[in-house]
Design a binder for this molecule. Structure first.
Ligand SMILES: [Zn+2]
Length: 399
């Protein structure tokens, strides 16, 4: 096939749409959280539209049961135990070779650098648990980004658009729902366990309708600073509910924003550390950080992902050196025969570091090894106050 005189995606098709701005879409950056039924539909539609940079995040592997409503997956992917994010990215680039889809196999909260959240135009949530939504909401509020939540069950689906300053997932929770989440988030790495647990019956129809609505709203967000925006009616501050059984669609106002909600904390200003990377050792990083901030004392707050050096079992009393981020602990216990056996009969006590400072004893470990992902933003406490510093040296990885 002739490869020269390359056809530009959407030329003569989308260019006929009055509101469509090719450059906007080509330069757009979108994070898709979750590559299940909804995530497949969303990634597929984003690829068809020609959205230039898509990040798709999921820690799960493909199973045969996923094939009924996942247009990007094939039987061979289930047999080869491939990761959902990897395959979704690969197939989307087969659909549209002119875009870049970056897969991130991992947890949305501890393995996706906050710099990615900051760098995108909009986040699309394709999640299947309340806890995951609660945490994604926090990250999006922190980054000041709109996120478009989709949920499906049976023939029904809901789309909600959350915009900082207008409405918030946490503010919209009932006390009962909130307490339920608090109870679950008390344990380490609960997100990972929960996300794979709650299975609901979904259909390819509700997935494609809701996924399509999410992408349509995302296109409006991308075009929100163009003159086209005047024609749009968006779902900002609203929810759309589609009921397939009766063919009814309703839009409700959904604007919960409580002044005291802890989720609204915005991380700003963010200082871009151009010479900082998560591949550096703690020692080098702290030295560079001291110079960058012009401070004498500093401490990195590990937020939701502590570094665990040892765990100790109760009965028999035995110590195990683990040296991993807390988010990886369950996986390690499950993969180690002795630890797995012990986990049924005893409790493990963790020895961990919540703050990393100049006295941290493992200074030769890299930031990645202690649980800070590439292109993350670290919260640093110093004698001059709190700073947010981005590991901007990693930005090129996510261009
Ligand atoms: Zn809130």
């Amino acid at each position: 096939m002739e490869k020269e005189n390359k056809y530009e995606w959407g030329e003569g098709v989308f260019t006929l749409l009055s509101w469509f701005k090719k450059e906007k879409v080509k330069n757009a950056r979108i994070l898709v959280a979750g590559a299940g039924a909804l995530g497949n539909e969303v990634v597929k539609d984003l690829a068809l539209f020609g959205v230039g940079h898509i990040f798709v995040v999921d820690f799960d592997k493909i199973e045969l049961s996923n094939l009924t409503r996942s247009v990007l997956f094939r039987e061979e992917d289930a047999y080869s135990h491939s990761y959902k994010a990897d395959i979704a990215a690969k197939r989307a680039m087969e659909i549209n070779p002119q875009i870049k889809v970056v897969p991130i196999v991992g947890n949305l909260f501890s393995e996706v650098g906050f710099g990615i959240y900051r760098s995108v135009d909009v986040v699309i949530g394709c999640l299947d648990s309340r806890i995951a939504r609660y945490l994604l909401n926090r990250l999006c509020m922190r980054a000041g980004k709109t996120w478009i939540d989709g949920s499906i069950e049976n023939l029904t689906g809901v789309v909600k658009v959350f915009t900082p300053g207008m409405n918030c997932y946490e503010c919209g929770l009932s006390r009962e729902e909130f307490n339920h989440i608090m109870l679950r988030t008390g344990c380490a790495d609960v997100v990972r366990n929960q996300s794979s647990a709650g299975r609901v019956a979904t259909t390819p129809i509700s997935a494609s309708i809701i996924g399509a609505m999410q992408v349509q709203e995302a296109m409006k967000v991308i075009h929100s600073d163009t003159e086209s925006a005047a024609q749009f009616k968006t779902l900002e501050g609203k929810m759309l509910r589609y009921e397939g059984l009766t063919n009814s669609t309703n839009i409700y106002k959904f604007s919960s924003w409580k002044k005291t909600c802890p989720s609204h904390e915005r991380w700003e200003p963010v200082i871009e550390g151009k010479n900082l990377s998560a591949t550096m050792t703690v020692k080098t990083f702290l030295a560079k950080l001291k110079i960058l901030l012009g401070v004498k004392t500093l401490e990195i707050n590990m937020c939701n992902n502590k570094f665990v050096d040892k765990i100790v079992s109760d009965k028999p009393e035995k110590e195990f050196v683990v040296m991993i981020p807390e988010s990886k602990l369950n996986e390690l216990i499950n993969e180690n025969a002795e630890l797995k056996k012990l986990s049924y009969i005893t409790l493990f006590h963790k020895s961990f570091y919540e703050n990393i400072d100049l006295d941290f004893p493992y200074q030769d470990l890299t930031l990645q090894q202690i649980g800070i992902p590439l292109f993350d933003v670290v919260q640093v406490s110093t004698e001059k106050g709190v700073f947010y510093v981005e590991l901007s040296g990693d930005a090129a990885t996510f261009k």
